[in-house]
Design a protein around this ligand. Structure first.
Ligand SMILES: Cc1cc2nc3c(=O)[nH]c(=O)nc-3n(C[C@H](O)[C@H](O)[C@H](O)COP(=O)(O)O)c2cc1C
Length: 176
C-alpha cells in the first residue's frame, strides 16, 4: 500500500518516525510531507533515510510544483501524524498555505482513507476551537485516533499523548 504521511511540528515527531520504519518493514511504500516546524524536531535526513523517498517541504519547489497533486493521487491512504492543534484547526478551516495543508485539501474528496492522529498539551486539546475542528473533521468522514491520557512531554498530566507506535500501527491497519 502507498502510505502518505503528513507531519506537523510536535515533540511527538520523533515517535512518529517509528511509523515509517514499521510500514517500510511491512513492505509498504511511504512518502512524507512536512510543515516547516517539523524540521525543528526531526531532520529531513532521518525522514528521507527511513522512507527512501524525497521529503516534500515546499509547495513552490522548482521543478516539482505539482507535487501536492501527484503525491495525493499516488497515496492509497493519507495519515496525519503527529497532528498539531495548529494543523487540525487549519484543516478544519480550509486553510491551504503550506505543503501539508495544500496536499491534505487536494487529497480530500478522492475517497481515500484519511486518518488524523493528534498530539499536544492537554489544554491545547481542550481548547474550544480544537474540539470544534476535531468534530468538524469527523463529520467530514475523517478518521481520528484519539490521543491518550498520561504524563505529557511537557511534564504535565492529561489527554494529549501520541499512542505508542505498535498501537498506532494496529489501529491504522484496522481502519484501513
Ligand atoms: C518543544 C515544542 C513542542 C511542541 N509540541 C507540540 C505538540 O505536541 N503539539 C502541538 O500541537 N504543538 C506543539 N508545539 C507547538 C507547535 O510546534 C507550533 O504551534 C507550530 O506553529 C505548529 O506548526 P505546524 O502545525 O505548521 O507544524 C510545540 C512547540 C515546541 C517548541
Amino acid at each position: 500500500m502507498n502510505k502518505l504521511l503528513l507531519m506537523s511540528g510536535s515533540i511527538a515527531c520523533a515517535k512518529a518516525t517509528g511509523l515509517i520504519s514499521a510500514w517500510v518493514k511491512d513492505g509498504h511504500q511511504v512518502k512524507v510531507a512536512i510543515t516547516d516546524s517539523v524540521q525543528h524536531f526531526v531532520g529531513c535526513a532521518t525522514l528521507e533515510g527511513l522512507s527512501g523517498h524525497q521529503v516534500l517541504t515546499n509547495t513552490f519547489a522548482h521543478g516539482d510544483m505539482m507535487a501536492h497533486i501527484s503525491i495525493s493521487r499516488w497515496a492509497d491512504a493519507v495519515i496525519v501524524c503527529p497532528a498539531t492543534a495548529n494543523l487540525i484547526n487549519k484543516m478544519a478551516a480550509g486553510i491551504a498555505d503550506d505543503m501539508v495543508t495544500t496536499t491534505w485539501m487536494a487529497a480530500y474528496g478522492l475517497d481515500k482513507p484519511m486518518i488524523v492522529i493528534p498530539a499536544m498539551n492537554y489544554l491545547m486539546w481542550q481548547y474550544p476551537a480544537t474540539l470544534e475542528s476535531v468534530n468538524k473533521l469527523k463529520t467530514w468522514g475523517v478518521h481520528l485516533i484519539e490521543p491518550e491520557a498520561g504524563i505529557l512531554a511537557c511534564g504535565e498530566t492529561g489527554v494529549g499523548r501520541l499512542p505508542e507506535v505498535d498501537t498506532l500501527v494496529a489501529r491504522i491497519e484496522a481502519l484501513l
